[in-house]
Ligand binder design. Sequence first.
Ligand SMILES: NC(=O)c1ccc[n+]([C@@H]2O[C@H](COP(=O)([O-])OP(=O)(O)OC[C@H]3O[C@@H](n4cnc5c(N)ncnc54)[C@H](O)[C@@H]3O)[C@@H](O)[C@H]2O)c1
Length: 342
Amino acid sequence: MIVTTYHTENKTKTDIYCPADYNIFKSIASDGNHVIITDEKIYKLYSEAFVKHNCIIIKEGEANKNLSNIENIIQKFVTFNIDRDSLIIGFGGGLVCDIAGFAASIYMRGTPVGFVATTLLAQIDAAIGGKNGVNFNNYKNYIGNISQPQFVICDATFFKTLSNQDYMSGLGEVLKYCLISNTNLIEYFISNYNAIKERDKDVMDYIVKSCVKIKTEIVSQDTNDKGLRHILNFGHSFGHCYEIIDGLAHGIAVAKGICTAVDLSLKFGYTNTETNKQIKEIIKNAGFETEYKLDERHFDLLHKDKKKTGDYIDFVFLTEIGNPIIIKTPIDDIIKAVLEPF
Ligand SMILES: NC(=O)c1ccc[n+]([C@@H]2O[C@H](COP(=O)([O-])OP(=O)(O)OC[C@H]3O[C@@H](n4cnc5c(N)ncnc54)[C@H](O)[C@@H]3O)[C@@H](O)[C@H]2O)c1
């Protein structure tokens, strides 16, 4: 087991156990009045983990990431006598982490929280960096804050029980890290693709650890999302639209959003045809569709993106692999460009 700690601009400290045996959460939460938040599916699959703990079991699915669920959870905290000496543990995928993190951050003006991250996407992204929140109507993560967990546990054995869709969703985010970082991760990804498909533990431990390192380095420098951290949004402006409108899993929508972003990078003249083709080939070989269809519903949502100011959006383009750039661009110019044929 390896523990790395990241510190933030806000002077917080998070221990990341990666790779680790998830059962170590039992020793972290051995004494005291703690509570675990999980979802119905994980509760059934990993039932022995929850013995002897207060549990709050939420329903699966993005539709449940809302304020009324937060209110229900807080009501249960009160019933369980949870206070600021308690530990709230989010045991699940990104949905559970977002909900548990947000509920903990507002309960009694902030109660300690830690995550046992059970999906690939949660281990490399949602559990790391302190962004918490819920959706509001059709708008993704519109209500929330940034508040860091005390610990995150990443165990690749969880991937064995993930559905193919949820595993691919995590791989969509892995691709994002491969493309925005100036490391050898993209070469590793391409040369180990069969092992990745088979969910090989050693290969996935290496990938999770590499992605966590990339994310924590960025979060440590720009915890409050004022600049550098925006590069993590690569593929997400349109990704969120595909997720909401087309009902795709988060990372699968991000992979499509990356295709849209690399096409826009070409159309705006920030990259060349060769790079565009190379990236789309990598995404296709990884098992994702590279085609996308957009209409007014997607554009309405783009106008509501959290990264917009007025009629402009901080859009993340890519000039080449490892070199994302953030350009404040009129939303209407983006829509016009995306509709133009090559
Ligand atoms: N806060 C952030 O920085 C951040 C970053 C990225 C994504 N997110 C959010 O994360 C959410 C998506 O997360 P996700 O992809 O983990 O989805 P999820 O949490 O909805 O989980 C997907 C499905 O996998 C099941 N599951 C979880 N772990 C399992 C396991 N080990 N074995 C079998 N099934 C398992 C769940 O029960 C659920 O049915 C979205 O709401 C997204 O907005 C947040």
